[in-house]
Design a protein around this ligand. Structure first.
Ligand code: UDP
Ligand code: MG
Length: 320
């Protein structure tokens, strides 16, 4: 029977959930009756994740493993999984059971109806902090207002893509990836299914604020120049306004020298304000330059230490 569905699961320090994830995924896929493979990507975990995944691979040949040489990040782990998948469709799902595997058959059904991309849209999020919910909701809306690409709001990486979309994605080589945006950018026939995001089964989030910010900046800088445009508009406006005020100050000094006040506070306020704005704009430009620098170096996207149960476990260990 032809391999129908590849399920890609990134894993970073997930020893607490891993066996349960494997159990539930297998159960769902068995019940759905389609031919499948599960590709776990071990993203340089420092706990027992690698050993445990190897054990699963020993007894279940439908489970494949890609073991990274170090931690490359969630988005790159997903990319590697897709690169090595061979199913007619590919499902990407988080390893912590926040995305319920039970929705996969529904996604496959939509795919069989003729959709190329079926993404999961979160209608609610359980067990996440107010801070995370608020920043996530604000970010998705901000990103939407910043870009011309129609990136659906409240959508993570839980989605099914057709083989053709996967092949198209393989040709996208950028380093600082925001995959949910890239999939929107590709086009194709897309649809959503709604689901409730569950609580993490066990363990804690692998997305500390620092990684969240990195992903947010990648999302914005990959799909929009608007921050740069805003910087130049703001610069134009502020220097125009400053020039007018300068004329006013000079006239005041010539015509009414006696009314000029000692101006320590006002000078300091203006200086701090303008220096702040200047640094902010330099920072925005820096974000873009840093990403240009990453592209220019063109280092491989990831390095694989070893693979298990793939057609050829000695295939190229990297992707340029
Ligand atoms: N993950 C990864 N590499 C990382 C961080 C996270 O592969 O550097 C994986 C993690 O194991 C999980 C998925 O990405 O399967 C989503 O991470 P997490 O659940 O911690 O994020 P959250 O749901 O809190 O946003
Ligand atoms: Mg999670």
């Amino acid at each position: 029977m032809e391999l129908l569905c590849s399920v890609v699961v990134p894993m970073y320090n997930e020893e607490a959930v891993l066996n349960e994830t494997y159990r539930r995924l297998t159960q769902v896929m068995e019940n759905s009756g389609v031919e499948y493979e599960i590709i776990f990507v071990n993203d340089g975990s420092r706990d027992k994740t690698a050993e445990m995944l190897n054990e699963i691979c020993d007894k279940d040949k439908r489970v494949k493993l890609i073991d990274f040489s170090r931690n490359f990040g969630h988005q790159i782990a997903i990319t590697a999984g897709m690169d090595h998948s061979s199913g007619q469709c590919v499902v990407v799902i988080d390893g912590d059971l926040q995305d319920p595997p039970e929705f996969i058959p529904e996604m496959i059904k939509k795919w069989k109806e003729g959709y190329d991309v079926v993404y999961g849209k979160r209608i609610s999020r359980k067990g996440e902090s107010f801070f995370k919910k608020f920043t996530a909701a604000a970010f998705y809306r901000f990103l939407k207002s910043m870009t011309d690409v129609n990136i659906p709001v409240d959508t993570g990486d839980f989605r099914l893509i057709d083989r053709r979309v996967c092949e198209a994605l393989k040709r996208v080589n950028e380093k600082n990836r925001y995959i949910r945006g890239l999939v929107s950018w590709l086009g194709f026939k897309q649809t959503a299914i709604e689901f409730e995001r569950e609580e993490r089964f066990a363990g804690e989030t692998k997305y500390p604020l620092k990684k969240m910010l990195k992903l947010a900046f990648d999302g914005i800088t990959s799909f929009s120049y608007k921050p740069l445009k805003l910087a130049s508009y703001l610069g134009t406006f502020l220097s125009g306004a400053s020039f007018l005020y300068l004329i006013f100050v000079i006239i005041q000094r010539i015509l009414f020298p006696a009314t000029v006040q000692p101006g320590w506070a006002s000078i300091l306020a203006v200086m701090l304000f303008f220096n702040g704005i200047t640094l902010l704009m330099l920072g925005i430009i820096g974000e873009y330059i840093g990403r240009i620098y990453d592209e220019a170096k063109s280092r491989p996207l990831y390095l694989i230490r070893k693979t298990r149960n793939l057609a050829d476990d000695r295939q190229p260990l990297t992707r340029d």
